[in-house]
Design a protein around this ligand. Structure first.
Ligand code: PEP
Ligand code: MN
Length: 338
């Protein structure tokens, strides 16, 4: 609930509004956005009786919740949230690109790849050390050793790092080495995991589940925010549809919808969405045009030899060309939707 106060409300009257909201188990906060005083109660133990709040003399208007998510809603935070990680800024109108291999395969591979993507203009290095694989016999990642290689490669090339955490038991290690904790698509509704990563003082990149609605994505982000981390980056990576020409279907229309509903930044992952490297450049530029806050692409020194997702990984030369195109198109993007 958001309560707009009368311009001349006294301190005693304002305290009365806060006490009433607290009696419903809410923890209200006061802000002075839009030139007026607002008292907001994002969550409460009991339903708040709007009629009782409206009846208070200090109250001008009561905005009841229209969405089940609260803290991540634009109603509660009209300004864009900007998540800054080592110079990469998600949500300020720029278009940072996250790049790197699907999985960290060796120390040499991740260092070589980090050098190449940094030289081309990426600002965040990706690479999985704990890999969610459909088959238990497929390469599962290097584990903690891979995290150490990632951290070194990031440091050596002045790149921030992002890597997936698949379970609560991995959080401590991933948070020790990596700047952004990634929640993979398969874990988007692992609510215990969401709460635990929300307790760590690190930004989280939350990927949309393959069959999750936008509202469910935002509710998953709400778990992380509610647990203590407002620095959440959303990521669209394609959803499962009847179409089989691509690995998943990139739901590009999610971007303006999320921009309207939420203040959180949203990035696009065209690699996992399409599954084919030849579609990645066009979809990355589409993400830029539609107003996304960045993109995440997979790049590998020798995609044909990649231990995972080689088919959708760009060669260095292709990534360089894409980054040149991103810079040209970004210069044209002067107006931010929402
Ligand atoms: C990844 O980005 O490494 C990944 C496994 O993607 P997703 O969770 O979207 O399948
Ligand atoms: Mn991958």
């Amino acid at each position: 609930m958001i309560v707009t106060l009368q311009a001349g409300a006294t301190l005693k009257e304002i305290t009365g509004v806060i006490r009433l909201l607290e009696s419903f188990g809410a923890s209200p906060s006061i802000s002075r956005d839009c030139g007026c005083t607002l008292v907001t109660a994002a969550t409460s133990r009991l339903p708040i009786d709007a009629a009782q709040v409206r009846a208070l003399p200090a109250v001008k208007d009561v905005h009841e919740d229209v969405h089940p998510f609260k803290r991540v809603s634009r109603d509660y935070h009209p300004e864009n949230t900007v998540v800054e990680v080592k110079g990469a800024r998600f949500g300020d109108g720029s278009f940072p690109v996250i790049a790197g291999p699907c999985a960290v395969e060796s120390e040499a591979q991740i260092h070589d790849c980090a050098r190449a993507v940094a030289a081309a203009g990426a600002t965040v290095l990706r690479g999985g050390a704990f890999k969610p694989r459909s088959s238990p016999y497929a390469f599962q990642g290097l584990g903690e050793e891979g995290l150490r290689f990632m951290a070194d490669a990031g440091r050596a090339n002045r790149l921030a790092t992002v890597s997936e955490v698949m379970s609560i038991s991995q959080i401590e290690a991933v948070a020790r080495y990596i700047d952004i904790l990634q929640i993979g698509a398969r874990n988007m509704q692992n609510f215990d995991l969401l709460r635990e990563v929300g307790r760590v003082d690190k930004p989280v990149m939350l990927k949309r589940g393959p069959s999750a609605k936008i509202e469910e994505l935002l509710l998953a982000a709400e778990y992380i925010h509610d647990a203590g981390t407002p620095r959440v980056i959303l990521c669209e990576r394609g959803i499962r549809t009847f179409e089989t020409a691509t690995r998943n279907t990139l739901d590009i229309s999610l971007v303006p919808v999320v921009k309207e509903l939420s203040h959180l930044p949203i990035v696009i992952d065209p690699a996992h969405a399409s599954g084919k490297r030849e579609y990645v450049p066009a979809l990355t530029l589409a993400a830029l045009a539609v107003g996304a806050d960045g993109a995440m692409v997979e790049v590998h020194p020798v995609p044909a030899k990649a231990l995972s997702d080689g088919r959708q990984s760009l060669h260095y030369g292709e990534f360089e060309k894409l980054m040149a195109d991103v810079r040209r198109f970004a210069a044209l993007r002067s107006v931010q939707p929402a």
